[in-house]
Design a protein around this ligand. Structure first.
Ligand code: PGA
Length: 218
């Protein structure tokens, strides 16, 4: 592209990110766009399975995901931690307990992300490993809707800790202290190995990797 040859930092950056990265990427775009006023951005936010589809069709410049694709060669860099935690309503009977056994949690009613979600896959893997099947009452395709359902008393769930980033001291939600949690994961910046990053995408990747780690303790 002509803009790349001239080394000008301008053009369109196409990003596609998993749902939890929406607690992180849009916020970074403010300072990025201020620094590079010639770069326009399109940002797709969707679940793991749809990101895999977009990646295999080569629809975007850069992807953020937590599980790398198995059947496609990629270049990737870890960007930030993305731990999964057990979330309940603040008045839940287990809220004050320490080191709650996984088996005990499995007796609770669960709200689970939809099939195709990376969060769900990671949770399923942990339960399968311990040969436990949780009682899933509701599948929901949105982290925010799940938080509302927890607050409404429908059950507990396992979500990225980043979903709690805007919860203040008066939050209706708490993180339960459950054995084997948090499930440790990372957000990775990913692109197909066969693809040469444009100057714009490379600039964003450098920016992403130099950004401060997110502090999100709950
Ligand atoms: P998901 O991915 O939106 O597919 O659940 C989120 C994550 O893996 O953090």
């Amino acid at each position: 592209k002509v803009a790349d040859l001239k080394g000008l930092k301008q053009g369109r950056l196409r990003l596609a990110v998993i749902t939890t990265a929406k607690y992180f990427i849009p916020r970074l775009l403010g300072p990025f766009c201020q620094r590079y006023p010639g770069i326009d951005i399109s940002l797709q936010v969707t679940n793991h399975e749809y990101i895999l589809g977009r990646l295999s069709e080569n629809l975007d410049d850069l992807y953020i995901m937590s599980q790398l694709p198995e059947n496609q060669e990629t270049c990737y860099k870890p960007v930030q931690e993305n731990p999964l935690v057990v979330i309940a309503r603040v008045d839940h009977p287990l809220a004050q307990e320490k080191n709650i056994p996984l088996k005990r949690i499995a007796q609770e009613t669960f709200i689970m992300r939809e099939p195709g979600s990376g969060t769900r896959k990671a949770v399923q893997k942990l339960f399968d490993h311990h040969q436990i099947s949780p009682k899933v009452r509701l599948d929901l395709g949105s982290n925010e809707a799940i938080k509302q359902a927890i607050a409404g008393g429908l059950g507990i769930s396992i979500l990225s800790r980043h979903t709690l980033i805007l919860e203040g001291v008066n939050s209706e939600l708490v993180v339960l202290d459950v054995e084997h949690f948090p499930i440790e994961r990372y957000w990775y910046a990913v692109y197909p190995r066969s693809k040469q990053l444009s100057i714009v995408a490379g600039t964003f990747l450098d920016y992403l990797l130099s950004s401060e780690p997110l502090i999100c303790q709950k």
